[in-house]
Every structure is written in structure tokens, then in C-alpha cells.
Write a protein that binds this ligand. Structure first.
Ligand SMILES: *Cc1c(COP(=O)(O)O)cnc(C)c1O
Length: 373
């Protein structure tokens, strides 16, 4: 699905020497590379505070911890996401309230959010799935009208621009009260291990989250809050410093692949290509088809035989996962989520794709459709 080896070859001398200099400095934790990366990321995103941490799951957990919620408080979110989004809600004793997604964007449907609000609702967690931003304009309206916090799970859409109705532009992940991301190697901005970060323009939340990532420490050995140990290590920060200036180029390379797929699949009945919303720039973490009248699972297996990887993100929506049985959420009616879960299929997309690979993938899909008549 991704080719991290070829991407590394393109930046190898810079990466190798940056890692070597960290090894020589022996400042593995909280070294200068982490601070520098932090401020470079703040500049790139146009956000006041970036708080690096150990991974994208921790980033979500720390964001929720900073909001001082009570057990049983409700968090409205999407079921059509990677499990981490919901797992941290459950881990903190909060209650996930699942609402349906929009068929075009795969993201939480703002008009469903309003209906799910109760006196216990405290937070909305939209997920910018596959690289496409949720409708943040509407989400912020609902949140502001009801006094709710918004945490954007931006593990999949880092670098995307969002155009607001008033003409202003913001980076996705910096629109809500807090945004989070992951630097897992296969993410659009990936390091060579685990990593993550939290974004906010709110001074108070930022200082609280800086303490939470470091055992709730206000100064050394003085602990004011229950926190965690969640740090981005210096080697990962050094790698990210090399990859951040390349992110926009990487996004363009992904968008080129998406353009090629879009053109190829445009007039094929039964195949719906990803919809690109007007408000944001799709950064194509995944290129995901919706198959109507084409057997998704059979196509997935046919492609595997042709050495074409394809993936189902995600085969079981969160509300039906066994780990959330206690919430009784399997009974929640999410018709669009359920419909999509049986029909989505993601094709390989990455920054180093060659024309002959693309041709092989496209013609393999075409061959399957011909076989099926
Ligand atoms: C990858 C991902 C996460 C978790 O990130 P990790 O760094 O793997 O912990 C959370 N949410 C979404 C939507 C993701 O894709």
C-alpha cells in the first residue's frame, strides 16, 4: 500500500547524518531537535502551540484529559474510523456517542450531531478520514451554539487547507479547540517509529497538555496533575524535521496518483471515486473507492492474486466492535456507516508510485470487471 523504502532512498543522506548527530549528542529525550521541530511545525500549521508526544493515540487521550471531563460525560464522534479514536474515550471512562457519516466525505455528518446532544455532551471528535476534512464550518457552529469542545483527529489529513465561508484559510487540525495527529511511518507525515502531536491556539489548554505529557509536572518533581509519559524522541524529531519541508510535495505526489485513478475510473459503472469537497484540499492519505454492484470482497481477493494490495479501512465499524459491548452501541442505527463498511476498498497510494505500477493496478481492476461481465 505504501513504499517507505523508496521514499527513504530519496532523503537518505540527510536522514542518516541527522540520526548520526543525535547519536553523537546523546540527547535522546527532549533534545534540541524536538524543540526545533515543534516550532517548525507551529510555523507550518500557523498554530500557536504544538505539543509533540509519543503517538497519535496518546495525542487524543491527552487532549481529552486536558478538558477535565467527568466519568460518563458524552463524546460525540464517528464509528467510521480507526479504533484509537474511540478507544481513548472508553479508557477515560467517557461515553462514545456514535453518529452517522456523510456518504460523500466519509466524515461525521454535522446535521446528525445536533440530534445526539444531551446535557451530558461535552466534546465532539470529528475524524478527517482518508485525508478529506470533515465539514468543520458546520461542526464549529453546532459546537459553539451548544458550548462543546471540538478535538479534530487529524491523523490522516495533516497538511490539508480548509477554506472557511468568510474566505479565510486554516490548516486542518487547527480549527477546533484542539487537533491531534500521528507520525506513524505510513501516515502522510511519518517518522521512523512512533510519534504524534497535539495542536491548539488556547494558551491554557497548551500549558495543561505540556504538563500532562510529562507526568503532570509543573517544575521538576512537582506534579500538579495526573499525567502520562508521552514524548517524541529526538531521533524521530530529527527525521520529521527533514520530512516536514517535503510534506507539500508529498501531498502533491499523492494527489497526482489520485488524479490518475479518478480519470481511469471516471466512467466505469459501479465504481464511485472519492468526492473532493469544496471546503478543503484532499491530501489522499488513502484513495478509497465505493463499490456499488461490484463485489468488494471478491475484487479485493482478485487483486491480491495479481499482486495488487488493496485494503478495507475498516472492516468492522467501531460501534460494532466487541470492546465496546458495554456501551450497547452495536444497536445504534448508522445506515450510512454500515453501507460504506461493506463497499469501501482502498487502492495503493504513496509518494513514489511509478506509472507502470499505476497501470498494472488500474488494468487489474478493469480485468476483474471484464471477467464478471
Ligand atoms: C493512525 C491513527 C490514529 C492513531 O495513531 P497512532 O500514532 O498509531 O497511535 C488515530 N486516529 C486515526 C484516524 C488514525 O488514522
Amino acid at each position: 500500500m505504501v513504499d517507505l523504502t523508496s521514499q527513504y532512498q530519496g532523503i537518505k543522506p540527510a536522514v542518516d547524518s541527522a540520526i548520526t548527530s543525535i547519536l553523537e549528542s546523546a540527547q535522546f529525550i527532549n533534545g534540541p531537535a524536538v524543540k526545533t521541530f515543534q516550532s517548525e511545525m507551529e510555523d507550518y500549521l500557523g498554530v500557536k502551540h504544538v505539543i509533540p508526544c509519543a503517538n497519535g493515540t496518546d495525542a487524543l487521550q491527552i487532549a481529552l484529559m486536558a478538558l477535565e471531563l467527568k466519568p460518563g460525560d458524552e463524546v460525540i464522534t464517528t464509528s467510521f474510523t480507526f479504533i484509537a479514536t474511540i478507544e481513548v474515550i472508553a479508557l477515560l471512562g467517557l461515553k462514545p456517542i456514535f453518529v452517522d457519516v456523510d456518504k460523500d466525505t466519509f466524515c461525521i455528518n454535522p446535521s446528525e450531531i445536533e440530534k445526539a446532544i444531551t446535557p451530558k455532551t461535552k466534546v465532539i471528535v470529528p475524524v478527517h478520514l482518508y485525508g478529506q476534512a470533515a465539514n468543520m464550518g458546520e461542526i464549529m457552529k453546532v459546537a459553539n451554539a451548544n458550548g462543546l469542545f471540538v478535538i479534530e483527529d487529524n491523523a490522516q489529513a495533516i497538511g490539508s487547507d480548509y477554506n472557511h465561508a468568510d474566505g479565510s484559510k486554516r490548516k486542518v487540525g487547527t480549527i477546533g479547540h484542539i487537533g491531534t495527529t500521528s507520525f506513524f511511518p505510513s501516515k502522510n507525515l511519518g517518522c521512523y517509529g512512533d510519534g504524534g502531536a497535539i495542536f491548539t491556539n488556547d494558551e491554557g489548554l497548551a500549558s495543561k497538555m505540556r504538563m500532562i505529557v510529562n507526568h503532570g509536572q509543573s517544575k521538576r518533581y512537582y506534579h500538579d496533575l495526573v499525567g502520562v509519559n508521552s514524548r517524541l524522541d529526538s531521533i524521530q524529531a530529527a527525521v520529521l524535521r527533514i520530512k516536514l519541508p517535503k510534506l507539500d510535495g508529498y501531498i502533491n505526489a499523492r494527489r497526482k496518483v489520485a488524479d490518475h485513478y479518478d480519470n481511469f475510473f471516471a466512467d466505469i459503472p459501479g465504481i464511485r471515486t472519492p468526492v473532493r469537497g469544496d471546503e478543503s484540499r484532499h491530501v489522499f492519505h488513502q484513495y478509497t473507492l465505493t463499490l456499488e454492484g461490484v463485489d468488494r470482497n471478491e475484487l479485493n481477493q482478485f487483486l491480491a492474486k495479481k499482486d495488487v494490495p488493496s485494503m478495507i479501512y475498516y472492516p468492522v465499524p467501531a460501534h460494532k466492535q466487541k470492546m465496546f459491548e458495554v456501551f450497547g452501541s452495536a444497536e445504534t442505527e448508522l445506515p450510512v456507516t454500515d453501507w460504506l463498511t461493506h463497499r469501501v476498498l482502498s487502492l495503493p497510494i504513496h509518494t513514489e508510485m511509478e506509472q507502470d505500477q499505476l497501470d498494472h493496478i488500474c488494468s487489474s481492476v478493469e480485468e476483474y470487471l471484464k471477467v464478471k461481465g
